[in-house]
Design a protein around this ligand. Structure first.
Ligand code: WTA
Length: 661
């Protein structure tokens, strides 16, 4: 693990810049430690105080944490509020009405701005429109939208009427849409005719149509279609309705549905180690509280900031750091439709310059690809842009290697801006281990210290703490407000995956390995301990990809998928495949590789395409028939096999599997 070695040898330390210390809400290590101390001495008092200070309640709560049904924890359970009210109406009341909420930059560079008042009106009309179609509190609404003002408004409109949304990333296939409609029991879908990315139009409605044709979506009574490009699409009479028609005659106000704190705000499907993607269920109040706190403390968002999180609303980052948190904090933010490489690889830097972005949050994969791009096209190097509006940078989704960290720090941040390497997960709702800009001395490659109130620790396989300097399982010892509540429809899987009895049943198991620095106690994430891959910051289960491959029944007899380190994407997907026909070679092998990649793209989405596919007459198995994955991982990396292969049923096939097509 080259990254880990270089982190362990890392001795560059970057103290918080003086201006960040002066400006930050949480300023100085003593302030951070005081918060941690407060949480330690009076855990529910700490969270209760914050929930009263940062959320607006319709009905105040009396009990902060209810542990009686552990690990199905409840927070602020007898309180009532509305998330959309907290994000929008609150800003109309506190003087932000005419402030720009969203600066939308389209793929083609066209910019439009929406104030809080305008967004509020759009969301209210949208919410009234949903109601007019019979959507009500507790219904599930699937959202399959491009990055757009309307996409954010769709989420907010659901929140306003108490419908639980499930956003599906626009790059997922019809089959993925269909599976999520069925699993969530969705009764309405919000989509667009097409999306525009990198100068191309990509159909969305057509994918939804295909999802219907796969069956099982009969409960969906309404498909609401945002007209993005205006190209021809099918509209099913009665079922499908244009968004502009739906909202045309709706009132611009909508009394929110006051929901109980635990009411499910959203489901978001993510990959686990086994089976199909799981619907991570989040609450309303606890989730929003952490969204607000992390936006305020990690990014120090204040009234005059312009924030830009480059994630898509299809991922959890786009929920917490676009659709909810920044709005509730009343800051102006960028919503970007396009890709970082179009019309050229200076797009991000030009946008930061044009919109005077002050806080910028992106993924290591994007940084790494732009490093490479700016070497090939020096005119798009960040030094050619005026980036002095920036004051804080963020990184999310995967480990950031120290080299990429330094480049980001020096070239984008001009050596001035601290980098918040935020560790968190779909399940945690928001940052759980992260530096704070006015507090934490930074070490490239380390996500540093827990967010105040989060009891992160590293334990061994029996759940006991390991000493600093030793690796182990990353856990969180106490429940926190924005934690996953359950897996939709599968509470047993929730309990088994996150609160395993091996560890005593009380610790939240993140699924990552980690180590704390022997001196500073800083955390470094060492990657997943399960069969989950992280490709360009996207989470993917090896089992999902294997099932997709073997579902190509005419070709594939057996498949095993592993990850291997990749300079650009962090990890790359490597598939070992046994075909139903003789092992192909040469051009024929190349043709079948392409065929299988396209198949996986169709089954799951292009992000799940294996980069490397290798064919063998068989897979390496023990005599009892178990696939030796460790061996496959070594083969994928191109390592010499030094392990004992004497237990292997068929050692001869290792040579076949050494070669990529
Ligand atoms: C990984 C994304 C190292 C980790 C917000 C985690 C990270 C998974 C970091 C969750 C980071 C996320 N450093 N690894 N700063 N942030 N990860 O659910 O393996 O898409 O378990 O949430 O991404 O991915 P998810």
């Amino acid at each position: 693990m080259a990254t880990i070695d270089s982190v362990l040898q890392e001795n560059r330390v970057f103290p918080p810049p003086a201006d960040a210390v002066a400006r930050a809400t949480i300023s100085g290590m003593a302030a951070y430690e005081a918060l941690c101390k407060e949480a330690e001495t009076d855990y529910s008092g700490f969270w209760g105080r914050l929930a009263r200070e940062h959320l607006v309640w319709k009905k105040p709560f009396t009990q902060t944490l209810d542990e009686s049904g552990a690990p199905f924890y409840k927070w602020f359970a007898d309180g009532a509020l509305n998330v959309s009210w907290n994000c929008l109406d609150r800003n109309l009341e506190n003087g932000n009405a005419d402030k720009v909420a969203l600066i939308f930059e389209a793929d083609d560079g066209k910019v439009s701005k929406v104030t809080f008042r305008e967004l509020h009106a759009l969301v209210c009309k949208f919410a009234n429109g949903l109601k007019s179609r019979g959507v009500k509190k507790g219904d599930r609404v699937l959202i399959y939208m491009p990055m757009s003002v309307e996409g954010v408004a769709a989420m907010q409109a659901c929140a306003r009427i108490g419908a639980t949304h499930s956003v599906v990333f626009g790059g997922f296939s019809a089959k993925s849409v269909q599976e999520r409609v069925v699993d969530a029991g969705a009764t309405a879908i919000i989509t667009a005719d097409e999306q525009c990315r990198g100068g191309k139009n990509i159909g969305l409605k057509v994918v939804v149509d295909e999802a219907f044709s796969l069956g099982g979506c009969e409960a969906v009574h309404s498909v609401i279609v945002y007209q993005r490009t205006g190209n021809a699409i099918n509209m099913a009479a009665g079922r499908d309705v244009w968004l502009h028609d739906l909202i045309k005659d709706q009132a611009a106000t909508c009394e929110p549905e006051w929901v109980e704190a635990e009411h499910p705000l959203f489901l978001l499907y993510t990959s686990g180690s086994t089976g199909k993607p799981k619907g991570v269920q989040h609450s309303s109040a606890g989730y929003l509280l952490h969204a607000i706190l992390t936006n305020k403390w990690t990014f120090d968002l204040k009234g005059d900031d312009t924030f830009w999180c480059t994630a898509d609303i299809g991922w959890v980052t786009g929920h917490t750091y676009i659709a909810y948190g920044p709005l509730a904090c009343g800051v102006t933010q960028i919503v970007f439709e396009g890709v970082p490489t179009y019309p050229d690889t200076g797009r991000f830097w030009r946008m930061i310059q044009d919109h005077k972005v002050s806080v910028f949050y992106t993924a290591p994969t994007a940084i790494r690809s732009l490093i490479k791009a700016s070497e090939n096209a020096p005119a798009t190097h960040p030094r050619n842009y005026k980036l002095d509006s920036l004051r804080i940078l963020g990184s999310v989704g995967e480990p950031i290697n120290p080299e990429a960290w330094m480049w980001y720090h020096d070239n984008v941040g001009g050596g001035r801006c601290p980098i918040m390497d935020t560790f968190w997960q779909t399940e945690t709702g928001g940052h759980v281990i992260t530096p704070l800009p006015g507090v934490t001395p930074l070490v490239p490659g380390s996500c540093t210290l827990p967010f105040p109130g989060i009891q992160a620790a590293i334990v061994d396989e029996t759940g006991n703490d390991v000493e600093w300097g030793k690796g182990g399982f990353l856990v969180i010892k106490r429940p926190w407000p924005s934690m996953i509540r359950t897996i939709w429809g599968d509470p047993e899987r929730f309990q088994k995956s996150y609160f395993p009895t091996d560890l005593g049943g009380k610790l939240y198991l993140a699924g990552d390995g980690a180590v704390r620095d022997a001196k500073t106690g800083y955390f470094t994430i060492m990657g997943r301990i399960d069969d989950v891959l992280n490709v360009s910051g996207h989470r993917m289960g090896t089992m999902e990809i294997e099932s997709a491959l073997v579902s190509c029944t005419e070709l594939v007899a057996e498949a095993a998928v592993v990850g291997r380190p990749d300079d650009l994407t962090g990890e790359a997907i490597c598939a070992f495949v046994v075909l139903k026909r003789a092992r192909p070679t040469g051009d024929e092998a190349k043709k079948i590789v392409k065929q299988l990649q396209d198949w996986v793209a169709k089954e799951i989405g292009p992000i799940a395409k294996p980069k490397d596919i290798r064919f063998g007459d068989n897979l390496p198995k023990t005599r009892s028939g178990k696939i030796m994955r460790r061996l496959l991982r070594a083969l994928a990396k191109g390592e010499e096999i030094t392990q004992d292969v004497s237990t292997l049923e068929n050692p001869a096939i290792l040579d076949q599997l050494k070669q990529s097509v």
